[in-house]
Design a protein around this ligand. Sequence first.
Ligand code: 4NP
Length: 150
Amino acid sequence: MKILVVCLGNICRSPLAEGILLHMAEKKKLDIVIDSAGTSDYHIDEAPDARTIANAKKHNIDLTPLRARQFKVEDFDEFDKVYVMDKSNLQNVLKLARNEKDKQKVDLFLNISHPNGNMEVPDPYFGGEAGFENVFRLVWNASEKLTDQF
Ligand code: 4NP
């Protein structure tokens, strides 16, 4: 199983999801591939946001090796599932879908923990520290649900 998590910048929400999923996959000894990407080109090759790194570190998750990349259409071929963090990411990814098969791979990440809820992981970039902890909790809970499926 190959899973791609996607947000706007690939420096806050999706690298956190990648780090949490890798942490859980290792703990639960799962044979899954995880990667993350951003729909924008704003932060290509950058490490995750310092506030995201600090928040993850509090929970014993190291995001420092990760580097941002942009989502590309070939990701539809490479991955079985593409989970997006918010509805804007959803629109941007669906715009690149070439066919129905591509579209079927895409879903909101929080639909894992809240089926059909169509909830978003809020963008923490322009907010305070509480926003990062809120993102952590939302992403952690959905990641537990997802990794329990395998
Ligand atoms: P992310 O957060 O999509 O969770 O990585 C953001 C990072 C950067 C920007 C917006 C959101 N930005 O506008 O640069």
